[in-house]
Write a protein that binds this ligand. Structure first.
Ligand code: BES
Ligand code: ZN
Ligand code: ZN
Length: 490
């Protein structure tokens, strides 16, 4: 599917050749490719500006049927993400042109200043991720994904990076799996069905899988999780996935928010935002996919995912605002607002994970607060941690993968906002100001000594519009981020 190849462009007959072009600097060292670029730039309509395109049929000296030049703009702003986007858009153009394959010429790292491995990785990622279509519910499949993607590079790089295409296929394949789960409508993924889908994917990769049914959750007295599930006729479940790894250290535990639909409950949401709430399990999808990728790549680190799955609905059996529940950890919570349900399922899952697995590090990923979207917009996740090294490590992975993250604080004095007159704590802060922070502080009250980070992906978990290498809907945000973190923080 994904290949890094060195080919003789003079002789090898290929259908197309996509070439990134800068507007103010030659970036290809291959003499044939740079001659073609010079030729393209003689046309007044093509200057190499971002997203400009020019097609040359039967390009001189080259065995390709056509050369497709794609502008990447100013050399000064050229980075790995520009290449990732260029590759994604090129694939989308190929799909539009009903081609089956694409060939993409990588620029010279000496000219772009982008590290060779990172540049090739970005091109392969963008191409692979851009080749994803979610058309399960369309009778007519108008678009067809490409069957093979070749990124062209010098022979030395191809030899050195022999294993890279397969690794990218695994990580980006897991990203696409997460996207698909988010894209499924809520009627196709009630908690127990989603549990089965995740369990199926996990078992196929040799992960140890447990699905805890409602009875088990009741026996374990997960009062907070069960309170959220109470209004839905679709029963909750909790999935536990384990990747054993060779390493003997205590594991890394990932916890993902899995609300298969968030109506808000009795504090019913209004109009506009409701259809997006099928994506309120994007954290669950991401961590499950990370385990799948980790198993495929045989990562050394012991890794566990704990995934609480519920549906937050309105009915005669719904939890009421003002209800008080006892959590798995033993503390009581006054449910001031039934729409602040994510933190309720997460605290039971995290307390359980901590008690059972005694992890070295715990990271939760959740579409937790609208306030985080207000603060950072739809493309950047908020990262909360009292562990500086852990937080910095995640931020660094965000920069490398362009799954962007920004640090947000856990101010001790804001805990004040979560006081309840009747219970140990309220799930509803007393003011809406700073409520992404209050939500994170609420979670922190249920983590013991474990090194912990919380990633709020309410913004980047799901997009309404498509972008360069993602269709509309689920983004798979978090999969590449956490895989990068796991592979760089052994
Ligand atoms: N699932 C939402 C958060 C969300 C908002 C995700 C927008 C994706 C896009 C969460 O359960 C929620 O409703 N949070 C409330 C909390 C409030 C009631 C304290 C919020 O952020 O408004
Ligand atoms: Zn909610
Ligand atoms: Zn929610």
């Amino acid at each position: 599917m994904l290949h890094l190849a060195a080919i003789d462009l003079k002789r090898q007959k290929i259908n197309n050749l996509f070439i990134p072009v800068c507007e103010n600097k030659p970036i290809h060292s291959d003499p044939l490719v740079s001659a073609l670029v010079d030729r393209a730039l003689t046309f007044p309509e093509f200057k190499g500006k971002k997203d400009q395109e020019l097609v040359l049929h039967q390009p001189p000296g080259c065995a390709a049927e056509k050369a497709v030049f794609r502008g990447v703009g100013d050399a000064k702003t050229l980075d790995a993400e520009t290449l990732r986007q260029m590759a994604g858009k090129s694939v989308k153009r190929c799909i539009q042109m009903e081609l089956a394959r694409m060939w993409l010429a990588a620029p010279d790292p000496a000219a772009t200043g982008i590290d060779e491995t990172e540049g090739l990785r970005a091109l392969m990622e963008g191409a692979f991720l851009g080749n994803h279509l979610f058309d399960r519910y369309k009778e007519k499949k108008e678009k067809k994904p490409l069957t093979r993607l070749d990124v062209l590079a010098p022979p030395a790089a191809v030899a050195r990076l022999r294993r890279l295409p397969a690794e990218i296929e695994t990580v980006c394949g897991a990203t696409l799996m997460a996207r698909d789960w988010v894209n499924l409508p809520s009627n196709a993924k009630p908690p127990r069905v989603l549990a089965r889908l995740i369990a199926g994917a996990a078992k196929a990769r040799g992960l140890a899988v447990e699905v805890l049914a409602e009875r088990r959750l009741q026996q374990m007295e997960m009062g907070a999780l069960l309170a959220v599930a109470a209004g839905s006729s679709n029963r909750p479940a909790m999935v536990v996935l384990q990747h054993k790894g060779a390493d003997r250290r205590p594991p890394v535990v990932l916890v993902g928010k899995g609300v298969t639909f968030d109506s808000g409950g009795i504090n019913l949401k209004t109009g506009d935002s409701l259809p997006d709430m099928k994506g309120d399990m994007a954290g669950a999808a991401a961590v499950a996919s990370v385990l799948v990728a980790a198993a495929e790549l045989n990562l050394k680190r012991r890794l566990i995912a704990v995934i609480p799955l519920v549906e937050n609905m309105v009915s005669g059996s719904s939890t009421r605002p003002g209800d008080i529940v006892r959590t798995f950890a033993g503390k009581t919570v006054e449910i001031g607002n039934t729409d602040a349900e994510g933190r309720l399922i997460l605290i039971d899952a995290m307390a359980y994970a901590e008690r059972r697995f005694k992890p070295e590090i715990m990271i939760d990923v959740a579409t937790l607060t609208g306030a985080c979207v207000i603060a950072l917009g739809e493309k950047i996740a908020g990262v909360f941690s009292r562990d500086e090294a852990l937080q910095q490590g995640i931020l660094a992975s965000g920069r490398r993968t362009h799954e962007r993250c920004w640090p947000l604080p856990l101010p001790e004095d804001y805990k004040e906002l979560l006081k309840s007159s009747y219970a140990d704590i309220s799930n509803m802060p007393s003011t809406r100001y700073g409520s992404a922070l209050a939500a994170a502080l609420f979670l922190s009250e249920f983590v013991g000594g474990t090194r912990w980070a919380h990633i709020d992906i309410a913004g980047p978990g799901l997009h309404r519009k498509e972008d360069a290498y993602c269709g509309p809907g689920g983004t798979g945000f978090g999969v590449r981020l956490l895989m990068d973190w796991l592979m760089n923080n052994p």
